[in-house]
Design a protein around this ligand. Sequence first.
Ligand SMILES: [Zn+2]
Length: 119
Amino acid sequence: MLKFLESICKDNSILLHRFGLGERTNGVAIKLPECGTRAIAYNETLEGWEKIKVIAHEIGHHALGHLDDSVCAFDKHINKNATEELNRREREAEIFAAAFTAVAMFVEQAINKEEVIIA
Ligand SMILES: [Zn+2]
């Protein structure tokens, strides 16, 4: 599934890199205003579905236009001190990531011919 995310980034000219981002940041979406370069950095400590979800979350920030009026969106947890607009954007990116991850898991199960439950 990581290859699929890498393909989405490549097809949309989003640079995707793994970095040491410390303990508090899982990922960051970046758009440089002068040149329009877009990038995603994700924490090198992430593995498996957690890594997939964080990358999908950051793609969500790009796809939903959250960087149109700012340089970057650090992946922060929703908290009382953040502005209502920041919390709204984080919720939207989380919804995007949850939907993407759910579909990705379904597709991976189907491809691997594991039991697929359709409700
Ligand atoms: Zn975020």
